[in-house]
Design a protein around this ligand. Sequence first.
Ligand code: NAI
Ligand code: MG
Length: 320
Amino acid sequence: AEKRVALVKGDGVGPEVIDGALSVLEAAGADLELVPVELGYGRWKRTGAAMADEDLELIKTCHCVLFGAITTPPDPEYRSVLLALRKGLDLYANIRPFSAPGLDFVIVRENTEGMYSGVEKLDEEEATTLRVITSRGSLRIAERACAIASKRGRLTIVHKSNVLKSDTLFLRICRETARRWDLPFDDMLVDAAGYNLVMNPKRFDVIVTTNLFGDILSDVAAGVVGGLGLCPSANLGDRYALFEPIHGSAPDIAGRGIANPIGAIRSAAMMLEWFGEAEKARMIEEAVGWAVASGIATPDLGGCSSTEEVTEAVAKRISV
Ligand code: NAI
Ligand code: MG
């Protein structure tokens, strides 16, 4: 088919928010072939494996993945499914747009190396995690960030090169790339970036940073724009892509029909944009903005609507 999408609903609120996203995709008239793939804790409990090699092969027959959230199984041997997908599909760029009234910025996080390279050792006396930064990894994330910044305006390189030698390489390559793109740019130490995200978020446009820093700063940013439940993300490689809300499986509220579907709905809109359907993506974003502004909101935003009510309101707004 034209647009073949692996559908991973996952655990906890994953299926609830993905069902919301699917209703909204349908309302927007998206023509997709959906390929369900069961991954995660539920699958692990049934079969002893959260994901198998065949799953990755099946996913590779699709163009991209729409992903809910999965629960980390209570097993010390467990390897993260998301890390395996990011590695297996080489999804090196994690794009996280954050918007709220008067606020609009993007965090571009390197997704395959840095502190999450997986080079680790754990002994009784000592534990080490190796932070690997390569010029190839830095260049490809810098290129992605510059491509986004060239359409928006400005790049801020976030690092800790005053302490970490590995970040002097990352900073140098990002600077060279921004100069090559002829972009306005600056750089900032990660601790200052955390402070400024809270105190002065308007100063940011596009942030590019390494894996762990991007992980932490994007949760800070989610808090700044109103909550985890609102925020979408895209994991992009040169061939494949995976779209997911940035929140986890939220076991504390799962099964109660009150999970905020907006992060998942917006992730679906990012997927349509990636497929070249910018107009449909824009319609969904408009409808979501309208619902939030109208106070049609789940309890995490202080509202009293259910997942279904928010989904229906957004879907109806698109169909009008
Ligand atoms: P979490 O994001 O699941 O939940 C944090 C808090 O935010 C909770 O109070 C939860 O109720 C709330 N929340 C999250 N999503 C929401 C939504 N859509 N609507 C309303 N409220 C929402 O993070 P937590 O609790 O640290 O992790 C729970 C499980 O999820 C763990 O097993 C963790 O490993 C997994 N996880 C999975 C991720 C993924 O699949 N991408 C990402 C982060 C965590
Ligand atoms: Mg995280």
